[in-house]
Design a protein. Structure first.
Length: 260
């Protein structure tokens, strides 16, 4: 008799992310990773991570900075209701907060029951009300295979921006999607929205969205035991940077340029 497999996808920033291996190997971010990164703080809590990006089509007189994150961090867990007030905290500095000017059009719909489809659309660009002092990071089109990745995101245990290095991509039958990049970078609570970076090009090639697991009863215990990444049962995932994302960004820049 075949056993029914229940596919459950964790996409909430409040959930416990998967840490793979014998221990959590994340270290504090430095230099451009730190300067370009920050946290999204909504309604009295850190909801996820974000990255300041640069693009050749952003005009010199642009009044805003654009950050990139996972769309789900803007919504209350398990609902279609957005948080009332969100700000960006550069480098997670508690006393420095920058309000949102506007969001890009995105396809993320929290009410969708197809969790794989939800993850496929878990990405948003956000215009900040004022410019950031650092130039930000560039986007790169994601390919199919990476042996050396880095994930930059909020580390709840240390209350800082941390980097998980020397991680790689996976292929999976259970979680196949050409819009998603499956990886084994360590990612805890608050890392959702953080950039996944190709160590060679230093470009952002995906945005971390959460953790996939199959039939994940008592999943909090699973995550705390530092399991081995397995592409058919437990794996971290991120929305790839593809042509669709690049087109969305160009359209967002154009819409903001009319206001500049």
């Amino acid at each position: 008799m075949c056993r029914l497999i229940l596919l459950t996808i964790i996409i909430s920033n409040n959930a416990i992310g998967a840490i793979f291996g014998a221990y959590d190997d994340r270290i504090a971010a430095k230099d451009n990773f730190l300067y370009s990164s920050g946290t999204i703080f909504c309604d009295e809590g850190i909801r996820g991570s974000a990255t300041h990006i640069r693009h050749s089509e952003i005009p010199n007189n642009f009044k805003y900075s654009i950050i990139l994150s996972a769309a789900h961090v803007l919504y209350k867990e398990g609902t279609s209701e957005q948080f009332k007030e969100c700000v960006f905290r550069p480098q997670n500095m508690r006393l420095t907060s920058i309000g949102f000017y506007g969001l890009s059009d995105h396809r993320f719909m929290p009410s969708v029951e197809d969790k794989l489809l939800l993850s496929n659309n878990d990405l948003v660009f956000i215009a900040l009300k004022r410019k950031l002092p650092h130039e930000g990071m560039t986007l790169g089109l994601a390919s199919s295979d990476y042996k050396s990745l880095q994930l930059v995101g909020y580390n709840e245990d240390k209350n800082d921006i941390s980097v998980s290095s020397a991680c790689q991509t996976f292929s999976s039958v259970a979680f196949f999607s050409d819009k998603l990049l499956l990886h084994d970078c360590d990612a805890g609570s608050g890392a959702s929205g953080g950039p996944i970076i190709d160590e060679n090009s230093k470009e952002i090639i995906a945005v971390h969205g959460g953790t996939f697991y199959v039939d994940g009863e008592a999943h909090s215990q699973v995550f705390k035991t530092y399991p081995t990444a397995h592409p058919e049962s437990l794996i971290n995932q991120g929305r790839r940077i593809d042509e669709e994302v690049i087109v969305d960004l160009a359209g967002f820049i154009l819409s903001l340029s009319t206001d500049s």
